[in-house]
Design a protein around this ligand. Structure first.
Ligand code: ATP
Ligand code: MG
Length: 571
């Protein structure tokens, strides 16, 4: 602790005074023993004399550039909190954000938390229905959005949502029944004492990516900030002043836990780019802004690989000190490629919306094993388990089973909104069950095998799609691969692969044969794909995950299920 009063955590799992996350230097000195994420992430730094440091450096899609210092962010969020209060909103109310990555999004998130209300970000690209469903599940009282998004996506049904009391519109104009945020902020007082929330008070609701089915609304609490501070520091190497770029949108949990809270609470400087993925722009940003820590997702890394090393060659990447990836398995090929291009590998790490923070990681200073997710963070107990009737038993090294965690870290979800039974199913025998299959090697590194739902059973073999996809990606023609099992009379299931190609290659029977021939010696005849289908895109969620269940539903002519998070597609 640098200065100030240390929080006495009153309840919840963060109570363990010996937990490694309680050791983060300088953290948690809120007056009165409360813990409020916005205070820890913003106001605390101002109070300790760092108000002039840049908190957020924003690049608009059209070329604008705006820097916000911690002091400015403290003031803007105070104004926002005052606007909420002026409208009679208080704890228990929930604020939804529907907008692109603009500075107001960050002000909304932190201002909401400062006022003690619950914040939920939505992807601005969601259609009206996914927005409405999520707002209904959360009983939304406030929505902050743009005029264009309001007209297209909210106005048609707004009158039917009784809970929605206030709609704030970015800018200076608002239609009837809405309030313009610009003038409201200007008129509000620039100071606001953060509401002294307790560690177990709800702070955020995050919807899962919907990769395996209907998204769940995971509830997270203010005490989670301890873990964001800790994991940002030990898993991503965030330090005061670190120039940090997390490319994730806050509509996805990575974009808040590590795209807002972890960097700010560690007093790093975070870069936010409003634009969608554009490789040259990304490389230019890294070079120009001298990005030190870069956190992105496999889908983006595979796009970098697809465009080739020659596109990256002219740029100076010497500022990069740590690269990390999350969201999907990171193919070994991508780790090796990034080492060649950036002078160091992407470090894969694993976690979920539910866990609220990074659980398993290739951390700074560790030897990266390409294809492995790394080892559990200090204080995190992970195991590989198998169900045995009502009980679970732990499997040994080298065995494949369900990846499970011993609950007790502060950023763990506290509920699935309105879905007690679905939540209860995640826990058994003192474990939290992740729904992912994995294996631990003798040195304690964890290896992702696949989601339990995606596992393929073929002639007595259990096949994880990841190993098949990684083998295919090793072939120079293949950019991305999605692998599923399709029913087969003799084998039970056989492996079928969908691939997209790198520039310079085109679909042909010869290439199909070549890909199967490439995979067979690597995987063995039982595991190698029986059939390879060429696609121009694979179906993905807005957080960039391949939706294998959709490939499978289409293959089998079954209903597509919840596709509210579907982004790219070609059926
Ligand atoms: P839903 O739960 O709605 O189906 P989702 O599980 O994709 O969606 P998220 O919480 O965003 O929603 O993603 C967590 C999942 O992403 C993990 O359970 C795992 O399957 C996958 N994942 C995340 N990081 C990694 C990684 N490093 N390696 C392999 N898989 C990963
Ligand atoms: Mg999930």
């Amino acid at each position: 602790m640098s200065q100030g009063e240390k929080l006495e955590v009153r309840s919840g799992p963060a109570q363990d005074a010996n937990a490694p996350w309680s050791e983060v230097p300088g953290l948690i000195d809120a007056p009165g023993g409360s813990v409020n994420i916005a205070y820890e992430a913003v106001d605390r730094h101002v109070r300790h004399g760092h108000g002039a440091d840049t908190a957020l450096l924003w690049f608009g899609a059209e070329g604008a550039r705006r820097a916000l210092s911690f002091a400015e962010l403290a003031e803007q969020t105070a104004r926002f909190a005052n606007v909420l209060r002026a409208h009679g909103l208080d704890r228990g109310d929930s604020v939804y954000a529907l907008m692109g990555r603009v500075p107001e999004l960050y002000v909304t998130a932190l201002g909401t938390l400062k006022a003690g209300l619950v914040f939920t970000p939505l992807f601005s690209a969601f259609g009206p229905e996914p927005i409405r469903t999520r707002m209904e599940i959360g009983g939304a009282t406030v929505l902050v959005t743009t005029l264009a998004l309001y007209r297209r996506k909210i106005a048609p049904w707004r009158d039917q949502m009784a809970s929605l009391r206030l709609v704030l519109i970015l800018g200076d104009e608002a239609p009837d029944g809405c309030v313009a945020l610009g003038p409201a902020l200007a008129a509000a007082m620039p100071a606001f004492e953060p509401v002294p929330t307790g560690p177990e008070d709800p702070a955020l609701i995050h919807f899962t990516s919907g990769t395996t089915g209907r998204p769940k609304g995971a509830v997270h609490v203010h005490g989670a900030v301890l873990y964001h501070a800790f994991s940002g520091c030990v898993a991503l190497d965030l330090k005061p002043g670190t120039i940090y770029w997390c490319t994730a949108d806050p509509g996805w949990v990575t974009g808040t836990s590590y795209g807002i809270i972890a960097p700010l609470v560690n007093r790093a400087m975070m870069i936010v780019d409003e634009a969608e993925f554009d490789l040259q722009r990304w490389y230019e940003t890294v070079q120009r802004e001298k990005v030190e820590v870069w956190y992105t997702a496999p889908t983006a890394i595979r796009m970098m690989m697809r465009s080739g090393q020659q596109v990256a060659a002219p740029y100076d990447f010497s500022s990069l000190r740590f690269l990390a990836s999350v969201g999907e398995p990171l193919n070994p090929e991508a780790v090796i490629w990034s080492e060649a291009v950036f002078g160091q590998p992407f470090h894969d790490n694993w976690w979920q919306t539910e866990t609220g923070g990074i659980m398993i990681a290739n951390r700074p200073g560790m030897t990266v094993r390409p294809g492995s997710m790394g080892t559990p963070l200090p204080g995190i107990a992970a195991g590989i388990v198998q169900r045995d009737g009502d009980r679970l038993h732990e499997l040994g090294d080298g065995e494949v089973g369900e990846l499970a965690l011993r609950p007790g870290w502060p950023s763990m979800m506290r509920a699935y909104l309105g879905e007690q039974a679905r939540y209860d199913k995640c826990f058994a025998d003192g474990w939290y069950l992740s729904g992912d299959l994995a294996m631990r090697d003798a040195d304690g590194y964890f290896w992702f095998v696949g989601r339990a739902d995606d596992l393929i059973k073929s002639s007595g073999h259990l096949i994880g799609p990841f190993e098949v996809e990684s083998a295919l990606i090793e072939h120079p023609a293949v950019a991305e691969a999605g692998v599923i099992g399709v029913p087969d009379e003799t084998a039970g299931e056989v492996v079928k692969a969908y691939v997209t190609l790198n520039p310079g290659y085109s679909a042909s029977e010869d290439l199909e044969r070549a890909l199967r021939g490439h995979a067979r010696p690597r995987l063995g005849p039982a595991v190698a794909p029986r059939e390879v289908i060429f696609r121009t895109t694979l179906p993905k969620t807005r957080s960039g995950k391949i939706m294998r269940r959709l490939l499978k539903a289409r293959e089998l002519g079954l209903p597509e299920g919840d596709i509210s998070t579907l982004e790219t597609d070609e059926s």
